[in-house]
Design a binder for this molecule. Sequence first.
Ligand SMILES: *Cc1c(COP(=O)(O)O)cnc(C)c1O
Length: 361
Amino acid sequence: MLEKSLRWIRPVIKNIKAYHVPDASGLIKLDAMENPYQLSAVLKTELQNKLSQAALNRYPDPSAITLRNKLKQVMQVPVDKEIVLGNGSDELIQMLAMAVASHDDDVCLMSFEPGFVMYKMIADFVDIDYVGVSLREDFSLDMDSIRQAIKQYRPAIIFIAYPNNPSANCYNESQIEEIISIAPGMVVLDEAYHPFAQTSFMHRLTDFENLLVMRTVSKMGLAGLRLGLLCGHPAIINEIDKIRLPYNINVLTQVSAEFVLDNLVCLDDQARLIRDEREQLFSAMSANTELQVFPSQANFILFRVLNKSADDIFNSIKSSGVLIKNMRANQGLLKNCLRVTVGTAEENKAFMLALTDAMNK
Ligand SMILES: *Cc1c(COP(=O)(O)O)cnc(C)c1O
C-alpha cells in the first residue's frame, strides 16, 4: 500500500540526501555560522514586552510593510528599488527558482562550486537543471569557464554568494560586473555574510537592472527568526512577490525584527567583535605550518589539514567538546578541508586548544 504513494515521488527527490544537521548538545557549536552572542538582558526584557502584546490570534500583516520599510532603510536599499521578504533567504531562493521553472528543458540555474548547497538542492526540488561551474584552486572565479558555460547553458539565474560559503572569500568585483553584463538572465548576489565583509553590490542595483541582492538577518545574529530579503527592480520583485505564500513572515518574527532593527548598534557591535576575533583566530591558525588556512571575509574560516586526515582531526576536536564542520572531501578543491565558525573569545580559545591537541597526536 505504501508503494501507492511512494511511486509518485520523483526519482530526483528520492535521490536527495536529506540536509543533515548534526546533534550539537553538550558541544561548543562552531559549525553553522551562527553569531555566538545574544541580545543584552535589557533588550531581551524590552523585546519580551513587545512580544507579549503581539496579536497571536490575528494573521500577520501580509506585506509586512513596517518591517519592509525598516529593512530598506537599514540595509541601504536604493530608493527606487523594491524588496520582498522570505522565511529565511532559503525561501527566497525557492521563490526565484519557482518563478523560472518550466517544462522547457532549457531553463537552468547556475552557480560556482564549491558553493552554497541550497542552490542545487532547490533546483532539484522544483525540477530544473543546475549547472555548477568549478572555481579555481584558490577559490577565485574561472572566467574562461564561466563565459563558456553562460554561452552554452544560458542560465535563467546565476547565484553568486558574496562572500562565498564555504571558502569565505569575496570574488573580484570587476569579474562579477562582467558576469552581470553577459548574463542572459538574472544575477543574484547572495550577501548573507555582509556584516563581516563590509563590501556590497547593493548600491550597484542602480547600474544593473538584472541584478538582485539578497540579504538575511541569520548570520548577523537572528538565525532563529528566519528572515531574508531580496532587493531589486520593482518589476522583478513584483513578479517574485506573486509566488510568496501569504503571511510567510509570522507575527513574532515581524515584531522581533522590527525591535532589533531599532536597536541595531547592538548587532553592529557584535559583528565588529566577530571580525576582530576572526583576525586573531586566523593568525593563530596560520601559525601552524601543517594547516593551509584560507583568508576570510565572513564569520568562518576554511582550512585544509596537510599530511594528516581531516576526519581524524575533526573527530579529535569533537571529542574535546567542539563541533566544527567537516567538508568530507577526499578530492577536489575542498580536499581534506574543515570549516570553523568564529565564536566568542573563549570558544575560539577552546577550539584552538582542541585543534593543537589534535594536530599533535
Ligand atoms: C547561511 C546562508 C544562507 C541562508 O540564509 P537563511 O536566511 O538562514 O536561509 C544563504 N546563503 C548563504 C551563502 C549562506 O551561507
